[in-house]
Ligand binder design. Structure first.
Ligand code: PLP
Length: 457
């Protein structure tokens, strides 16, 4: 009887050892031969989808549709057909959204260093092992990047991550509003301002805060006992200017939105050193879909309030997002940031120059002026490369400028959404090259109609 028991025991032990060896071998990279085990299939899938030819005007995606076993090309606007090779000459140029696809070619050039492979068991927990909601390594890389670029002081700042900076904008409004005041804090921004500040503040209707429009209108009242929260966007969306706060006073709190304070879009005259600064991965690496924003916060109590907001809202930013952001920031830091920012600046500057040239002889249309400025990152005076053109229809009869452009096959964003007159339209310059080319094509046609003489380039 004992003999049978011992045999069963030995048998079980052997099975368990074999099972563990098999399981372990599934995790193990077979060193020496350069062969992969569990990751090979995923790598092959990723390479196969990247190899799908979409004529340079589209892309196949791992999570895209598959037809007859092949990934389907998702075409850029104005292109169609199974391989995106068919150009639609009369297509409308969509210059509406701020989708930062101008950086896609950079990531294609850096495919190897930016690729990731995520195991099924990667960080399944709500928290990191130290119970934090934030990757320490990612936080270190963010601080390092700001120091390298010289665009923000991070010493003595706490960091909160959000699902994009969009979430942090309202987290900041919530955290800066008094809890038990008889009057809600007045949320303001100087015109023209990023529409979402108003949309969000109105949407999350609260007894603690209320959107009150143009900051400039409250200039003489800001030293009173009224509570103000001013959004300062620098560089500004839509007009690319480096803005400063309009209001000052003991009851004025300021949220500095630095989404575009990167060398792609602006000279960096000095590191931003404000009490509350908000940044986003979207306009830095172009990965808007990854949804990561961060706030640099001086005051600990404010940091705690913003952290609580994010905890109550989403219980922390996705660990997959944090992993991807880490990978991307490692690439951004290569060559002390020179590669990504040279690429971004060159692309945006070229677009700005081409648009400026197209409009240089127009009396009917204009775009904003941005003065050249010394950039501490490039160590030279550099010209403008803004994310958006703040386009103006100069003639009285064109004062519904959005409609004028729409009729000319261009979709922009109405100036009144930014608190400005309807003679302004925001045109996005940071989308894909195909989007920009379509925009320029339509602008050239429009300007050529102005005097009937200029040829269409
Ligand atoms: C000024 C400004 N702030 C914040 C955002 C939000 O960016 P995200 O939520 O992608 O971080 C945008 C997006 O366009 C923006 O223009």
């Amino acid at each position: 009887m004992a003999k049978i028991q011992i045999s069963i025991y030995v048998g079980c032990l052997a099975c368990s050892v074999i099972l563990n060896v098999l399981l372990l071998s599934n995790y193990v990279y077979v060193g020496g031969k350069g062969e992969l085990s569990w990751s090979r299939r995923a790598a092959e899938e990723a390479e196969a989808v990247a190899a799908v030819s979409c004529s340079g005007h589209g892309r196949g995606y791992l999570d895209g549709l598959v037809v007859d076993g092949s990934p389907v090309c998702e075409c850029n606007s104005c292109f169609g057909g199974p391989d995106c090779s068919q150009f639609a000459p009369d297509c409308v140029a969509d210059a509406d959204s701020g989708d930062p696809l101008f950086l896609e070619p950079f990531w294609i050039q850096n495919a190897a260093s930016s690729a990731m492979l995520v195991a099924g068991w990667h960080r399944m927990s709500y928290t990191f092992t130290n119970q934090s909601l934030i990757s320490r390594l990612l936080e270190d890389h963010i601080r390092k990047l700001h120091t390298t670029v010289g665009n923000a002081v991070t010493q003595g700042r706490f960091i909160v991550f959000g699902a994009g900076s969009t979430q942090l904008l309202n987290a900041a409004v919530h955290a800066l509003s008094p809890d038990n005041s008889s009057a809600p804090a007045k949320v303001v921004a100087s015109f023209p301002f990023y529409t979402v500040y108003q949309l969000q503040t109105d949407f999350f209707r609260s007894v603690n805060f209320q959107f009150q429009g143009d900051a400039s209108l409250w200039k003489n009242k800001s030293d009173s006992t009224l509570n103000f929260i001013e959004f300062v966007t620098s560089p500004n969306n839509p007009d690319g200017q480096l803005k400063k706060a309009v209001l000052q006073g003991p009851h004025v709190k300021t949220i500095h939105d630095h989404a575009y304070y990167w060398p792609h879009f602006t000279a960096i005259p000095a590191p931003a050193d404000e009490d509350l600064m908000i940044f986003t991965l979207s306009k830095l690496t172009g990965h808007a879909g990854t949804r990561l924003g961060w706030a640099l916060i001086k005051d600990e109590a404010l940091y705690q309030r913003m952290s609580t907001y994010v905890k109550m809202n989403i219980l922390g930013v996705s660990k997959d997002t944090q992993l991807r952001a880490l990978k991307l920031l490692k690439v951004a830091l290569e060559g002390s940031g020179k590669e990504i920012f040279e690429f971004g600046y060159t692309a945006m500057k070229e677009r700005w120059e081409r648009l400026s040239n197209a409009l240089s002889e127009s009396k009917r249309f204009s775009i904003q002026e941005i003065a050249p400025q010394y950039c501490t990152f490039f160590k030279t005076v550099r010209g403008p490369s803004p994310a958006y053109a703040w386009f103006k229809c100069e003639r009285e009869e064109d004062k519904e400028c959005y409609t004028v452009l729409k009729e000319a096959g261009i979709i922009g964003r109405e100036g009144n959404l930014y608190g400005a007159e309807t003679s302004y339209v925001r045109l996005s310059l940071l989308k894909s090259q195909d989007d920009f080319d379509a925009l320029l094509h339509q602008i050239n046609k429009l300007v050529a109609q102005e005097d009937g003489t200029k040829s269409i380039i």
